[in-house]
Design a protein around this ligand. Sequence first.
Ligand code: NAD
Length: 490
Amino acid sequence: MAVATEREYGLFIGGEFVEPASGEIRELREPATGEPLARAAMAGEADIDRAVDAARAALDGPWGKTPGTERSRLLHALADAITANRKELAELEARNVGKAISSVKAELAGSTENFRYYASAIASIAGRSNPIGGSLLFYSQKEPVGVAGQIVPWNYPLLMATWKLAPALAAGCAVVLKPDPQTPLSVLRIAELATEVGFPAGAINIAPGDGPTTGAYLVKHPGVDKVAFTGSTRTGGEIMRLCSEPIKRLTLELGGKSPNLVFADADLADAIPASVWAIYSSAGQSCEARSRLLVERSIYDDVVGRVTELSQRVRVGDPLDAETQMGSLISTGHRDRVHGFVDGAREDGAEITTGGEIGDGPGAFYPPTVIAQTDNSIRAAQEEIFGPVVTVIPFEDEADAVRIANDVKYGLMATVWTGDPARGHRVAGRIKSGTVGINMPYTAFPGIPFGGYKQSGFGRELALETLDLYLETKSVVTYTGTRPTNPFGL
Ligand code: NAD
């Protein structure tokens, strides 16, 4: 094993691991086995103060003076370091989250590409000068927003952290990032690697801790200029409120209940396995999980049968086994919540065609589960379950499919399967979600904006648009006439 168990991780503040002023060290257990994994320090308010001070000092000092070309070089160097340490990072993440290592390897590749993308995107940071008329001369310049407070969830701890860190650092911001207290390990290691490749002390600070206390304190902190949050819609609403005094810039990446539309003219040989992947990848603990499978009535029974059969063939097991396709859930507590939705669907009269039972044995495992013979109104079709559970719902025609697709409070992602290209684009235009895939299950790629409509949040990640969310625009205006203006004629 590349990863030493029982290691103790400090907070990462000012370029090094430090003891927490809070004095709190928490034991972390592997979700897939229940065995101890590591011990990690948890930040309290004094630790957040220290992290924000370190970030501010970095901005006022070496990091604030680091030019874009050098920031670009550092981001590439960090991507190189992640690649060089990928085996250790993959194992650390798989064990901490309980997630299949095959998924984690893909996430690691996405993380390095993300750093490289923003290393290049630095070249796009520029102001402009346009003719205003008369004797006015104007130019604008971009400046980093300042200290970014970033909060990420437990489902993709490393990937979500890199989605946040890369654009902030590219823009020249300094960061205090709070991972979920259950899953701080991979991003602590990334911060350590960042220091090794030359990021100045204080540019990146990592302070794990509980959300309602430490997280809320970070959000409210007057030394934080911008908040970027990924997590549930409920918490996002609370963060919005907390960001109002003093006012901060804010972006929110929230939950989803994404539809997967399968029309009768689709190539089912492609559509069905891809739809199965699109729900069970990351054990359904994914904001973009296509958890509602909408199927044209004429092929509904056939699709339910084939999805049920493929669900039973998903390889569930040891996250560290390269053949595993689905690991455990994050915790037994979360599994109970997922199971509650399935029981609720039973009570609502739906049929569970496979899964839906908690097995024996250690670990927070839950089987791939299909809910069928129901409509879009039941709780399991409206609420984010965040587990390996798909609800299969029939539709009558294109208009009905679009109506059902949009009939949730979320709008993060959608997939359309059809043999008619014009219909694919037509439906994509009518679905209220940040991303629509046509005949592909889509995963997020650096360069393609990712984010939500409606209650799935606002702002975009992974793209050039994201950089702007970490930059202020300053307009500089002057006068080129022979004499300055004298409006009062004094
Ligand atoms: P959560 O909202 O409970 O927690 C997310 C993070 O917020 C954690 O770090 C937590 O400690 C912190 N937090 C909780 N309460 C807080 C508060 N009052 N103030 C400040 N911070 C607080 O969400 P979760 O259950 O951990 O994560 C799953 C959710 O994240 C799902 O809804 C999922 O859809 C969403 N998600 C969205 C995206 C996206 O890009 N849209 C990506 C991944 C996950």
